[in-house]
Design a protein around this ligand. Structure first.
Ligand SMILES: [Fe+2]
Ligand SMILES: [Fe+2]
Length: 151
């Protein structure tokens, strides 16, 4: 068996667009405002994926992207405020990662404005970025914030 065949899940190939952007329990940080915003982000991304999949009109796709950008920026600001208030030492690196995520969505908006098609692969890239950021960075940040609250 070739190594890459291990990674191909036949179910994943046929799953719906919404299912691959589903929020998962391992994203849970234990900080309710953060978790709520993460769930909203995945919901917004799922709606965008659904709109692409069903061939929604251009206006609806642009609104979906705008909503995603709005939710993402608000969420990043929430986390950055919490990190600043807590004096979290990793906040600059973390904020730079936020900037990359926001720039990724802004880039999609720019491409749309230039008339380029928005495909599910673009949503998948955003989803991967969010997955990675939450699992690697948000959980670490939340761990630190929770230790402060426990004192
Ligand atoms: Fe974050
Ligand atoms: Fe986050």
């Amino acid at each position: 068996m070739l190594w890459y065949s291990w990674c191909v899940n036949p179910a994943a190939v046929t799953r719906s667009a919404r299912s691959f952007v589903r929020w998962r329990r391992q994203f849970e940080t234990g900080l309710e405002p953060i978790d709520q915003q993460h769930r909203e982000l995945f919901e917004t991304l799922g709606q965008l994926a659904g709109a692409i999949e069903t061939g929604a009109p251009r206006d609806q796709l642009d609104e979906g992207l705008a909503s995603l950008a709005q939710h993402l920026i608000k969420h990043c600001q929430t986390e950055e405020t919490l990190m600043k208030e807590a004096g979290f030492s990793g906040r600059i690196v973390h904020a730079n990662q936020h900037q990359d995520l926001v720039l990724g969505v802004r880039d999609l908006q720019y491409r749309r404005a230039k008339g380029q098609k928005l495909g599910l692969e673009a949503v998948e890239l955003v989803r991967e970025g969010l997955d990675h950021h939450i699992c690697e960075s948000d959980l670490a940040m939340a761990g630190y914030l929770k230790t402060l609250r426990a004192v």
